[in-house]
Design a protein around this ligand. Structure first.
Ligand code: GTP
Length: 380
Protein backbone atom coordinates (compact mmCIF):
# COMPACT_ATOMS: atom_id res chain seq x y z
CA UNK A 1 0.00 0.00 0.00
CA UNK A 2 1.25 3.43 -0.67
CA UNK A 3 0.03 6.32 1.34
CA UNK A 4 1.06 8.75 -1.33
CA UNK A 5 0.98 11.81 0.80
CA UNK A 6 -0.03 13.06 4.14
CA UNK A 7 -0.60 16.69 3.63
CA UNK A 8 -1.30 19.15 6.34
CA UNK A 9 -2.64 22.64 6.01
CA UNK A 10 -2.89 25.20 8.72
CA UNK A 11 -6.29 25.85 10.08
CA UNK A 12 -7.20 28.95 11.97
CA UNK A 13 -7.78 32.55 11.00
CA UNK A 14 -6.54 32.84 7.45
CA UNK A 15 -6.47 29.06 7.06
CA UNK A 16 -4.44 27.77 4.20
CA UNK A 17 -7.51 25.88 3.07
CA UNK A 18 -7.83 28.60 0.45
CA UNK A 19 -4.53 27.69 -1.09
CA UNK A 20 -5.56 24.05 -1.07
CA UNK A 21 -8.52 24.98 -3.26
CA UNK A 22 -6.14 26.18 -5.89
CA UNK A 23 -4.19 22.94 -5.90
CA UNK A 24 -7.17 20.64 -5.87
CA UNK A 25 -9.70 22.65 -7.77
CA UNK A 26 -12.43 20.10 -8.37
CA UNK A 27 -14.55 22.33 -10.57
CA UNK A 28 -18.28 22.69 -10.10
CA UNK A 29 -19.83 19.84 -8.20
CA UNK A 30 -22.47 17.99 -10.13
CA UNK A 31 -23.98 15.74 -7.51
CA UNK A 32 -23.36 12.15 -8.54
CA UNK A 33 -20.01 12.68 -10.08
CA UNK A 34 -17.95 12.59 -6.92
CA UNK A 35 -18.73 8.93 -6.54
CA UNK A 36 -18.21 8.37 -10.17
CA UNK A 37 -14.87 7.40 -11.57
CA UNK A 38 -14.84 10.52 -13.73
CA UNK A 39 -15.66 12.87 -10.93
CA UNK A 40 -12.57 15.00 -10.45
CA UNK A 41 -8.98 15.04 -11.57
CA UNK A 42 -8.10 12.38 -8.99
CA UNK A 43 -11.41 10.53 -9.30
CA UNK A 44 -11.32 10.00 -5.55
CA UNK A 45 -14.19 10.52 -3.17
CA UNK A 46 -13.51 12.62 -0.11
CA UNK A 47 -14.46 11.52 3.41
CA UNK A 48 -14.65 14.19 6.10
CA UNK A 49 -14.12 13.33 9.78
CA UNK A 50 -15.89 15.83 12.02
CA UNK A 51 -17.03 16.05 15.63
CA UNK A 52 -16.25 17.80 18.88
CA UNK A 53 -12.75 17.99 20.36
CA UNK A 54 -11.36 14.76 21.77
CA UNK A 55 -14.24 12.73 20.34
CA UNK A 56 -11.72 10.37 18.71
CA UNK A 57 -11.47 11.48 15.06
CA UNK A 58 -7.69 11.32 14.68
CA UNK A 59 -7.55 8.05 16.61
CA UNK A 60 -10.00 6.46 14.17
CA UNK A 61 -7.99 7.57 11.19
CA UNK A 62 -4.68 6.43 12.67
CA UNK A 63 -5.95 3.05 13.86
CA UNK A 64 -7.81 2.12 10.68
CA UNK A 65 -5.44 3.47 8.05
CA UNK A 66 -2.05 3.77 9.73
CA UNK A 67 -1.94 0.64 11.87
CA UNK A 68 -1.51 2.61 15.07
CA UNK A 69 -2.26 0.50 18.12
CA UNK A 70 -5.29 1.80 20.08
CA UNK A 71 -3.21 2.41 23.21
CA UNK A 72 -0.89 4.74 21.34
CA UNK A 73 -3.79 7.08 20.56
CA UNK A 74 -3.68 8.18 24.20
CA UNK A 75 -0.66 10.28 23.23
CA UNK A 76 -2.17 11.92 20.15
CA UNK A 77 -2.11 15.67 20.28
CA UNK A 78 -5.19 17.71 19.55
CA UNK A 79 -5.60 18.51 15.85
CA UNK A 80 -5.51 22.24 15.19
CA UNK A 81 -5.44 22.18 11.42
CA UNK A 82 -7.14 20.17 8.71
CA UNK A 83 -5.13 17.02 8.05
CA UNK A 84 -5.59 15.58 4.60
CA UNK A 85 -4.68 11.97 4.08
CA UNK A 86 -4.54 10.26 0.73
CA UNK A 87 -5.60 6.62 0.94
CA UNK A 88 -4.53 4.63 -2.11
CA UNK A 89 -4.70 1.07 -0.87
CA UNK A 90 -6.07 -0.35 -4.06
CA UNK A 91 -7.75 0.59 -7.27
CA UNK A 92 -11.10 0.34 -5.53
CA UNK A 93 -10.25 1.83 -2.20
CA UNK A 94 -8.95 5.24 -3.13
CA UNK A 95 -10.11 8.28 -1.30
CA UNK A 96 -9.00 11.23 0.74
CA UNK A 97 -9.75 11.60 4.43
CA UNK A 98 -9.87 15.07 5.87
CA UNK A 99 -9.54 15.13 9.64
CA UNK A 100 -10.98 18.38 11.01
CA UNK A 101 -10.08 20.05 14.27
CA UNK A 102 -12.84 19.83 16.88
CA UNK A 103 -13.18 23.60 17.15
CA UNK A 104 -14.03 24.14 13.47
CA UNK A 105 -16.24 27.21 13.07
CA UNK A 106 -18.60 27.18 10.11
CA UNK A 107 -19.42 30.85 10.54
CA UNK A 108 -15.86 31.98 10.10
CA UNK A 109 -15.58 33.75 6.77
CA UNK A 110 -12.47 31.73 5.94
CA UNK A 111 -14.34 28.45 6.13
CA UNK A 112 -15.09 27.67 2.50
CA UNK A 113 -18.24 25.52 2.74
CA UNK A 114 -18.64 25.21 -1.01
CA UNK A 115 -15.18 23.79 -1.44
CA UNK A 116 -15.19 21.57 1.64
CA UNK A 117 -18.65 20.04 1.32
CA UNK A 118 -18.95 20.36 -2.44
CA UNK A 119 -16.53 17.60 -3.33
CA UNK A 120 -17.37 15.38 -0.37
CA UNK A 121 -18.67 11.82 -0.70
CA UNK A 122 -19.28 11.03 2.97
CA UNK A 123 -19.24 12.98 6.20
CA UNK A 124 -18.42 10.93 9.29
CA UNK A 125 -19.53 12.71 12.46
CA UNK A 126 -17.97 11.28 15.63
CA UNK A 127 -19.83 11.51 18.96
CA UNK A 128 -18.09 10.55 22.21
CA UNK A 129 -20.61 8.21 23.86
CA UNK A 130 -18.74 8.32 27.16
CA UNK A 131 -19.32 12.06 27.43
CA UNK A 132 -22.45 14.17 27.68
CA UNK A 133 -23.53 14.28 24.03
CA UNK A 134 -25.93 17.26 24.03
CA UNK A 135 -23.30 19.65 22.63
CA UNK A 136 -22.25 17.05 20.11
CA UNK A 137 -25.86 16.72 18.89
CA UNK A 138 -26.08 20.48 18.40
CA UNK A 139 -22.87 20.45 16.41
CA UNK A 140 -24.10 17.45 14.41
CA UNK A 141 -27.25 19.33 13.49
CA UNK A 142 -25.32 22.41 12.45
CA UNK A 143 -22.82 20.39 10.43
CA UNK A 144 -25.43 18.30 8.63
CA UNK A 145 -27.70 21.22 7.74
CA UNK A 146 -24.78 23.30 6.48
CA UNK A 147 -23.33 20.46 4.45
CA UNK A 148 -26.70 19.36 3.05
CA UNK A 149 -27.45 22.85 1.73
CA UNK A 150 -24.19 22.80 -0.23
CA UNK A 151 -24.32 19.19 -1.35
CA UNK A 152 -27.46 17.05 -0.81
CA UNK A 153 -25.66 13.95 -2.11
CA UNK A 154 -23.33 13.64 0.88
CA UNK A 155 -23.79 10.46 2.90
CA UNK A 156 -24.03 11.30 6.58
CA UNK A 157 -22.53 8.66 8.88
CA UNK A 158 -22.70 9.09 12.65
CA UNK A 159 -20.20 7.12 14.74
CA UNK A 160 -21.38 6.76 18.34
CA UNK A 161 -17.84 6.26 19.48
CA UNK A 162 -15.89 4.94 22.51
CA UNK A 163 -18.64 2.45 23.33
CA UNK A 164 -16.03 0.10 24.84
CA UNK A 165 -16.70 1.85 28.14
CA UNK A 166 -20.46 1.17 28.07
CA UNK A 167 -22.57 -1.83 29.04
CA UNK A 168 -24.67 -3.48 26.31
CA UNK A 169 -27.86 -1.90 27.64
CA UNK A 170 -26.25 1.49 27.83
CA UNK A 171 -25.01 1.19 24.23
CA UNK A 172 -28.45 0.42 22.89
CA UNK A 173 -30.02 3.18 24.92
CA UNK A 174 -27.40 5.72 23.74
CA UNK A 175 -27.95 4.74 20.13
CA UNK A 176 -31.73 5.00 20.42
CA UNK A 177 -31.55 8.36 22.16
CA UNK A 178 -29.01 9.90 19.77
CA UNK A 179 -30.89 8.55 16.74
CA UNK A 180 -34.16 9.99 17.94
CA UNK A 181 -32.86 13.41 18.99
CA UNK A 182 -30.77 13.91 15.86
CA UNK A 183 -33.63 13.00 13.53
CA UNK A 184 -36.24 14.97 15.49
CA UNK A 185 -34.16 18.13 15.28
CA UNK A 186 -33.66 17.73 11.55
CA UNK A 187 -37.39 17.15 11.01
CA UNK A 188 -38.25 20.24 13.02
CA UNK A 189 -36.02 22.29 10.78
CA UNK A 190 -37.58 20.82 7.65
CA UNK A 191 -34.69 18.55 6.66
CA UNK A 192 -36.94 15.47 6.38
CA UNK A 193 -35.05 14.00 3.46
CA UNK A 194 -31.67 13.89 5.21
CA UNK A 195 -30.69 10.33 5.98
CA UNK A 196 -28.33 9.66 8.88
CA UNK A 197 -26.73 6.23 9.42
CA UNK A 198 -25.62 5.29 12.93
CA UNK A 199 -22.85 2.92 14.05
CA UNK A 200 -21.61 1.92 17.51
CA UNK A 201 -17.82 2.07 17.34
CA UNK A 202 -14.65 1.67 19.34
CA UNK A 203 -11.00 1.56 18.35
CA UNK A 204 -10.49 -1.22 20.91
CA UNK A 205 -12.33 -3.83 18.86
CA UNK A 206 -13.28 -4.55 15.24
CA UNK A 207 -16.36 -2.33 15.28
CA UNK A 208 -14.46 0.65 13.88
CA UNK A 209 -13.21 -1.42 10.92
CA UNK A 210 -16.70 -2.76 10.27
CA UNK A 211 -18.21 0.72 10.37
CA UNK A 212 -15.57 2.15 8.09
CA UNK A 213 -16.06 -0.77 5.70
CA UNK A 214 -19.69 0.23 5.32
CA UNK A 215 -18.82 3.90 4.84
CA UNK A 216 -16.28 3.07 2.13
CA UNK A 217 -18.55 0.54 0.41
CA UNK A 218 -21.14 3.22 -0.21
CA UNK A 219 -18.52 5.12 -2.19
CA UNK A 220 -17.66 2.24 -4.51
CA UNK A 221 -19.80 2.45 -7.65
CA UNK A 222 -18.92 -1.16 -8.55
CA UNK A 223 -20.27 -2.55 -5.25
CA UNK A 224 -23.35 -4.30 -6.72
CA UNK A 225 -21.14 -6.04 -9.28
CA UNK A 226 -18.67 -7.18 -6.64
CA UNK A 227 -21.48 -8.47 -4.43
CA UNK A 228 -23.02 -10.26 -7.35
CA UNK A 229 -19.73 -11.95 -8.21
CA UNK A 230 -19.29 -13.00 -4.58
CA UNK A 231 -22.80 -14.43 -4.47
CA UNK A 232 -22.15 -16.49 -7.58
CA UNK A 233 -18.81 -17.71 -6.22
CA UNK A 234 -20.18 -18.61 -2.79
CA UNK A 235 -23.26 -20.42 -4.02
CA UNK A 236 -21.27 -22.52 -6.51
CA UNK A 237 -18.47 -23.46 -4.13
CA UNK A 238 -20.23 -24.55 -0.93
CA UNK A 239 -18.86 -21.57 0.98
CA UNK A 240 -20.75 -20.07 3.91
CA UNK A 241 -19.36 -16.55 3.94
CA UNK A 242 -16.82 -14.65 1.86
CA UNK A 243 -15.29 -11.21 2.35
CA UNK A 244 -13.27 -9.25 -0.17
CA UNK A 245 -10.72 -7.48 2.00
CA UNK A 246 -8.43 -4.57 1.47
CA UNK A 247 -5.46 -6.26 3.11
CA UNK A 248 -3.68 -3.28 4.60
CA UNK A 249 -6.63 -1.55 6.23
CA UNK A 250 -8.63 -4.75 6.90
CA UNK A 251 -11.78 -3.04 5.76
CA UNK A 252 -13.93 -5.28 3.59
CA UNK A 253 -14.97 -3.69 0.36
CA UNK A 254 -17.65 -6.27 -0.40
CA UNK A 255 -19.22 -9.46 0.92
CA UNK A 256 -21.89 -11.87 -0.28
CA UNK A 257 -25.48 -11.14 0.59
CA UNK A 258 -25.78 -13.44 3.64
CA UNK A 259 -25.80 -11.46 6.91
CA UNK A 260 -22.47 -10.39 8.41
CA UNK A 261 -21.93 -11.51 11.96
CA UNK A 262 -19.25 -9.75 13.92
CA UNK A 263 -17.55 -12.98 14.99
CA UNK A 264 -16.97 -14.13 11.41
CA UNK A 265 -15.63 -10.73 10.45
CA UNK A 266 -13.24 -10.75 13.43
CA UNK A 267 -12.02 -14.23 12.56
CA UNK A 268 -11.26 -13.16 9.00
CA UNK A 269 -9.47 -10.00 10.19
CA UNK A 270 -7.37 -12.10 12.56
CA UNK A 271 -6.51 -14.45 9.72
CA UNK A 272 -5.21 -11.56 7.63
CA UNK A 273 -3.03 -10.46 10.55
CA UNK A 274 -1.63 -13.97 10.93
CA UNK A 275 -0.90 -14.35 7.21
CA UNK A 276 0.71 -10.93 6.88
CA UNK A 277 2.78 -11.37 10.05
CA UNK A 278 4.04 -14.83 9.06
CA UNK A 279 4.77 -13.62 5.52
CA UNK A 280 6.67 -10.60 6.84
CA UNK A 281 8.81 -12.74 9.13
CA UNK A 282 9.41 -15.80 6.98
CA UNK A 283 8.27 -14.84 3.47
CA UNK A 284 10.21 -13.36 0.62
CA UNK A 285 9.48 -9.72 -0.05
CA UNK A 286 8.97 -8.19 -3.48
CA UNK A 287 10.72 -5.11 -4.85
CA UNK A 288 8.34 -2.84 -2.96
CA UNK A 289 8.99 -4.70 0.27
CA UNK A 290 5.46 -6.14 0.32
CA UNK A 291 5.16 -9.61 1.80
CA UNK A 292 1.65 -10.11 0.43
CA UNK A 293 1.95 -11.13 -3.20
CA UNK A 294 0.12 -12.94 -6.00
CA UNK A 295 0.92 -16.35 -4.54
CA UNK A 296 -0.36 -15.66 -1.05
CA UNK A 297 -2.67 -18.39 0.11
CA UNK A 298 -3.54 -19.72 3.51
CA UNK A 299 -5.72 -22.37 5.08
CA UNK A 300 -6.60 -22.55 8.77
CA UNK A 301 -8.62 -25.42 10.26
CA UNK A 302 -10.55 -24.47 13.36
CA UNK A 303 -11.51 -26.92 16.10
CA UNK A 304 -15.20 -26.71 15.19
CA UNK A 305 -14.91 -28.31 11.72
CA UNK A 306 -14.75 -24.93 10.08
CA UNK A 307 -12.11 -23.80 7.62
CA UNK A 308 -10.79 -20.31 6.92
CA UNK A 309 -9.42 -20.06 3.40
CA UNK A 310 -7.55 -16.99 2.17
CA UNK A 311 -6.58 -16.36 -1.44
CA UNK A 312 -4.87 -13.35 -2.91
CA UNK A 313 -7.00 -11.57 -5.54
CA UNK A 314 -4.58 -8.89 -6.55
CA UNK A 315 -1.80 -6.91 -4.94
CA UNK A 316 -4.16 -5.20 -2.54
CA UNK A 317 -7.17 -7.43 -2.17
CA UNK A 318 -7.67 -10.83 -0.57
CA UNK A 319 -10.68 -13.10 -0.55
CA UNK A 320 -11.27 -14.70 2.85
CA UNK A 321 -13.84 -17.51 2.99
CA UNK A 322 -15.47 -19.42 5.82
CA UNK A 323 -16.66 -22.92 5.00
CA UNK A 324 -17.40 -26.29 6.57
CA UNK A 325 -14.56 -28.81 6.53
CA UNK A 326 -16.50 -31.42 4.55
CA UNK A 327 -17.13 -28.92 1.75
CA UNK A 328 -13.41 -28.38 1.42
CA UNK A 329 -13.09 -31.92 0.09
CA UNK A 330 -13.92 -30.34 -3.26
CA UNK A 331 -10.98 -27.95 -3.09
CA UNK A 332 -10.32 -28.30 -6.84
CA UNK A 333 -13.75 -26.91 -7.58
CA UNK A 334 -13.30 -24.05 -5.13
CA UNK A 335 -9.93 -23.17 -6.64
CA UNK A 336 -11.31 -23.32 -10.18
CA UNK A 337 -14.20 -21.05 -9.26
CA UNK A 338 -11.83 -18.76 -7.45
CA UNK A 339 -9.75 -18.28 -10.61
CA UNK A 340 -12.94 -17.36 -12.53
CA UNK A 341 -13.83 -14.94 -9.74
CA UNK A 342 -10.38 -13.39 -9.77
CA UNK A 343 -10.48 -12.92 -13.55
CA UNK A 344 -13.85 -11.25 -13.28
CA UNK A 345 -12.54 -8.86 -10.62
CA UNK A 346 -9.61 -8.12 -12.86
CA UNK A 347 -12.01 -7.20 -15.64
CA UNK A 348 -13.88 -4.88 -13.30
CA UNK A 349 -10.59 -3.09 -12.63
CA UNK A 350 -9.81 -2.93 -16.34
CA UNK A 351 -13.24 -1.55 -17.21
CA UNK A 352 -12.84 1.02 -14.49
CA UNK A 353 -9.55 2.14 -15.94
CA UNK A 354 -11.03 2.33 -19.44
CA UNK A 355 -13.85 4.46 -18.09
CA UNK A 356 -11.33 6.75 -16.45
CA UNK A 357 -9.39 7.08 -19.69
CA UNK A 358 -12.51 7.76 -21.73
CA UNK A 359 -13.84 10.17 -19.15
CA UNK A 360 -14.47 12.98 -21.55
CA UNK A 361 -16.61 11.32 -24.15
CA UNK A 362 -18.60 8.69 -22.26
CA UNK A 363 -22.16 9.02 -21.09
CA UNK A 364 -22.29 5.40 -20.03
CA UNK A 365 -22.15 4.69 -16.31
CA UNK A 366 -19.62 2.30 -14.80
CA UNK A 367 -22.50 0.09 -13.70
CA UNK A 368 -23.68 -0.39 -17.26
CA UNK A 369 -20.24 -1.11 -18.53
CA UNK A 370 -19.49 -3.87 -16.08
CA UNK A 371 -22.85 -5.57 -16.30
CA UNK A 372 -21.75 -8.43 -18.62
CA UNK A 373 -19.25 -9.60 -16.00
CA UNK A 374 -22.10 -10.64 -13.77
CA UNK A 375 -22.66 -13.69 -15.90
CA UNK A 376 -19.24 -15.20 -15.22
CA UNK A 377 -19.31 -18.97 -15.78
CA UNK A 378 -18.54 -20.98 -12.67
CA UNK A 379 -18.64 -24.75 -12.29
CA UNK A 380 -21.03 -26.40 -9.87
N1 GTP B 1 -12.05 4.49 25.35
C1 GTP B 1 -11.83 4.95 24.13
N2 GTP B 1 -11.04 6.03 23.95
C2 GTP B 1 -10.84 6.46 22.69
C3 GTP B 1 -11.43 5.82 21.57
N3 GTP B 1 -11.06 6.51 20.46
C4 GTP B 1 -10.27 7.52 20.86
N4 GTP B 1 -10.13 7.50 22.21
C5 GTP B 1 -9.34 8.42 23.03
O1 GTP B 1 -9.90 9.71 22.93
C6 GTP B 1 -8.87 10.70 23.07
C7 GTP B 1 -9.01 11.76 22.02
O2 GTP B 1 -8.75 11.17 20.77
P1 GTP B 1 -8.34 12.03 19.48
O3 GTP B 1 -8.28 11.07 18.35
O4 GTP B 1 -7.16 12.87 19.72
O5 GTP B 1 -9.62 12.97 19.33
P2 GTP B 1 -9.91 14.06 18.21
O6 GTP B 1 -11.37 14.03 17.95
O7 GTP B 1 -9.02 13.87 17.02
O8 GTP B 1 -9.54 15.40 18.98
P3 GTP B 1 -9.22 16.84 18.39
O9 GTP B 1 -8.01 16.69 17.53
O10 GTP B 1 -8.96 17.68 19.60
O11 GTP B 1 -10.41 17.31 17.62
C8 GTP B 1 -7.54 9.94 23.05
O12 GTP B 1 -7.05 9.86 24.35
C9 GTP B 1 -7.91 8.55 22.54
O13 GTP B 1 -7.09 7.53 23.09
C10 GTP B 1 -12.25 4.68 21.81
O14 GTP B 1 -12.80 4.04 20.90
N5 GTP B 1 -12.42 4.30 23.10
Amino acid sequence: MSYEQEEEDHYGPGYEVGSYTKDYNDGPYDGESDLNVNSNPEGKPRILLMGLRRSGKSSIQKVVFHKMSPNETLFLESTNKIVKDEISNSSFVQFQIWDFPGQVDFFDSNFDCEMIFGGCGALVFVIDAQDDYIDALMKLNLTVTRAYKVNPNIRFEVFIHKVDGLSDDHKIEAQRDIHQRANDELMEEGFDSVNLSFYLTSIYDHSIFEAFSKVVQKLIPQLPTLENLLNIFVSNSGIEKAFLFDVVSKIYIATDSSPVDMQSYELCCDMIDVVVDISCIYGTKDADGAAFDHQSLSLIKLNNSTILYLREVNRFLALVCILREDHFARQGLIDYNFVCFRNAIQEVFEVRMQVQQASNNTNQSAGELIQPLNSVALKE
